[in-house]
Every structure is written in C-alpha cells, then in structure tokens.
Write a protein that binds this ligand. Sequence first.
Ligand SMILES: Nc1ncnc2c1ncn2[C@@H]1O[C@H](COP(=O)(O)OP(=O)(O)O)[C@@H](O)[C@H]1O
Ligand SMILES: [Mg+2]
Length: 283
Amino acid sequence: MTTDVLLEFADVAFRYPDGNAGLAGCSLTIARGSRNALIGANGAGKTTLFQHANGLLKPQQGVVRYAGQPVDYSRAGLRALRSEVGLVFQNPDQQLFSASVREDVSFGPLNLGLDMATVRERVEQALQAVSMAPFADRPVHNLSFGQKKRVCIAGVLAMQPRLLILDEPMAGLDHAMRAELLAVLDGLHAQGITLLLATHDIDFAYRWADRIHLIAGGRCTAAFDAAALPEHAEALAAARLPMPGLVELHRLLVARKLLPTDSQPRAMGELISQLNASEKDFQ
Ligand SMILES: Nc1ncnc2c1ncn2[C@@H]1O[C@H](COP(=O)(O)OP(=O)(O)O)[C@@H](O)[C@H]1O
Ligand SMILES: [Mg+2]
C-alpha cells in the first residue's frame, strides 16, 4: 500500500550547542499533495523544524521520515533527500551567493550531476515559473528583495522537488508581491507539489492552507484541517493566536440571520476573491 504521508516527524528533539531547545518532542505529518501552514510565534521552532526536514539538522531524539523511510544521513542519502525536499530560506541573502541569477539557479541542478542541456532547460523553466526569465543575466545583488525571493524559489524549483518548504515567504513582501507569490504557489500545487510554509498570519493560513499545524516551544501543539479551524478556538488561544477575521465576521452575520447557520466561513474567502475579481472588471 502506498502511504499518502510524504513527511513525518516522530517525537523529534534537537538542542543547539548553546543549550537552546530548538525542537522538544515534535511530531507532525504532511500529506502528499497538500498545502500546509505552520504557525507559531518567533522562537517556536519553525526554522529548526524545516532544517530537519531536508537534513540540514539531524534529530538528537526521534525520527524524521520521508516517503515512509527514515532519513539517511549519508552524503548520498542527503543528496537524494535534498533533490526531493526544497527549502527556501527566510532571508534570500542567506541563500543567494552567485554573481548572476542564471548562475545561482543553475547551482542546484549542476550539483545533481545533470548534463548541461538538462540544467539549462530546468533553469529556464524555473525562472519562467517565477516570472524572472528576463532577469537571468542580472547580477543577484542588484535585485529587489521580492525579486531575490523569487530567484531563491527558482533555485529550489530547478531541483524539481516534490515537497517545497518556504520559511516565512510572505515576510517583507508588499501586497502585490504576495499576490504574485500566491499565484506561483497555486501553479506548483496544481502540478502536484506538496507545500509547507511558515507564517504568523492566521487569516492567510485559514484561507490558503488545507491543513494547519500550530507550533509552540518546539512542539506541534495541534494540527487540523483548515476548514475545521473554527472548532479549535482553545488551541488557537493557547498559541495566543486570534480567530481569523472571516470566522468572526461569519459568526456575526449568522447571528443576525444574514447568512444561514450551515454556511461555511471559509467560503466567504472565495466570495471576497470573486467580488474582487469582478470589481477589477468594472475598472
Ligand atoms: N543557531 C542557533 N543557535 C542557538 N539557538 C538557536 C539557533 N537557532 C534557533 N535557536 C533557538 O531555537 C529555538 C527555535 O528557534 P527557531 O527554530 O529559529 O524558531 P522560529 O523559526 O519559529 O522563530 C529558539 O529558542 C531559538 O532561540
Ligand atoms: Mg524562523
């Protein structure tokens, strides 16, 4: 039987050399093909968790499994894992190091040992996916923050990962850049790529994700389908997160009998998107 769990953390603990607990018995599962939001305060352990997902860090306790197999920490094992699990860092300057955009995006596929023609093709595809093809020959250091972010995503996409992990991808992006990034993510999801991203934004997570994972103190404290979020008020409160605005608005509209009791708060997100789209047609 093929499992639909792509990534699994079982009781993973990791302490940094200075004694800080990065993860403290964290368990989580990511289903193949799903969109996942990991929500937690600063210092909750999101980045540490992501670095375990692609083998940059190794658990001191517990197990990380990818596609049903415990991660193999040999050179070859890590290379195989990293060709499947792509991690986009929060800070693009931590990830970009080559002179030009094309060079930077080529680095991963070249490292996989692919022939030049395949590398070139993958790089062009990845740059197109993030609308950065016209910038291929630009020096990386001249790009804006949002453009650097897209180059980082292209660099990971060129590896053709099955699981794409993005560490706080919306941080530092303006509204238009966020919308563009979301369109890129939608395209990747449509191709069957599993997505996992860290965010502080519960409203965004509620509208975007299939599944929400809360993390605090290095542990996943709750995981639920995003549609079921209104039933998890206690878990949200414990994580000091507010209810999404949509849920609050929905509750008020139902109380005033302006919406039927059995309507879905999340469906209002779609309605708002549709209204936004038709608004644009009027302009
Ligand atoms: N390189 C590091 N050295 C020591 N402690 C660290 C390091 N990186 C993170 N930590 C600590 O590990 C915990 C989890 O951090 P992190 O995974 O960065 O959380 P988040 O990404 O959710 O903000 C925090 O207590 C943080 O201070
Ligand atoms: Mg972080």
